[in-house]
Design a protein around this ligand. Sequence first.
Ligand code: GLU
Length: 450
Amino acid sequence: MLWGAMAPVLRFAPSPTGLIHIGNARTALLNALLARREGGTFILRFDDTDAERSRAEYAEATERDLAWLGIPPDRVHRQSDRLAIYRDAADRLRAAGRLYPAYETAEELERRRRLQLARGEPPIYDRAALRLNAADRARLGSEGRRPHWRFRLEARTVAWNDRVRGPSHVDCASLSDPVLVREDESFLYTLPSVADDLAMGITDVIRGEDHVTNTAVQIQIAEALGGSPPAFGHHNLRTTTGGEGRSKRSGALALKSLRESGYEPMAIASLAVLVGSAEAVRAVASLDELARLVDLAHLSRAPAKFDERELEALNARLVHEMPYSAIRDRLAELGVDGGEPFWLAVRANLTRWTEAAEWWPVVAGPIRPVRDDPDLAETALGLLPPGPWTGETWRDWTRAVAEATGRKGRALFMPLRLALTGLDHGPDLAALLPLIGPERAQARLAGEVA
Ligand code: GLU
């Protein structure tokens, strides 16, 4: 037990500015599964203080995606409902002399930055605003300039024991004082996140390694607010096989598109959690089992590569073993009503369950048979046994056809498959034949669309 007697409280805190993708799913799952395993709480918090870019429809889509993955949150919060808490935190930082007004425009800052770079200096904010006195500020105010607000960092090294990366530190002397409040008084992500983590009693923040620098800043802010910061763990980021990350807004590898193209949630969860871990990537059957495999301390720090082919392989494994009871309703939605025998006949040939729809006409018709060996088809037609057909019918029938024609192996089976299904590949015909049934089989062997 890592948390002593305290039940952990974890959160997934996306900005609802796009659809969540498999990389976000990694973050969400690590937090949710740790909470589940330790009997803790999993909070979904929408970091939506950027009113311009945040969209209710993305928040809804995120909730839907998490529910589909099997990790609905215990609670949902929206930062846009909690602005009073952040204003109060900002006031406390001001009172403590840690939040100061600055008036530079973006152009001024950019000019100074270039100058610093030209002089070979690090491009750190020079704190010119700290040298303004009350009269300067009054003058700027009377000119109609409104300040943004920066957090005054202490020039010290902030260290923490990262739950993924081990002992970590950032020298804050090398950072610019971060802007926490914009000119229009809206909040950037940094302060609300800290205020909420403290107010919600978050014990652990597991997030992407792009937040390592933020963590040092946020630890200083938490301390300035008199709080004790949570533990932090930074996992590696998803990249595609090509090595380049894909953006949340591009829709690429979005959970929604993966769901719509027929992937199983457990295939995605298994890959999202196990890739780059000490465990072999495999199709895990349940979230409880997956939760037992989470081991933050042994996550690789190398970029985790999400490979869609790997996802397909995991998915196929799950589909090949999926019982009919787990798929019945979905098949019905597709208009496939072949019952359990159909599902058991085709599942081994599927990568994704949705492909069952492609096999349905083979059983239920109509398809155009391929009769590339009319003589064989004629003989076989004459030897078709009367119904009802069973799992043995195929074997008995093809034995009889083999005896009558002297054919065997591929020369026997391929023309029959082509005639019965119109395709040169597919599920085991012993299982398919009874589903096709005598009437359709006769017609197809005679070369008719049926
Ligand atoms: N909204 C931030 C993000 O999506 C949250 C980071 C965090 O977990 O604190 O990157």
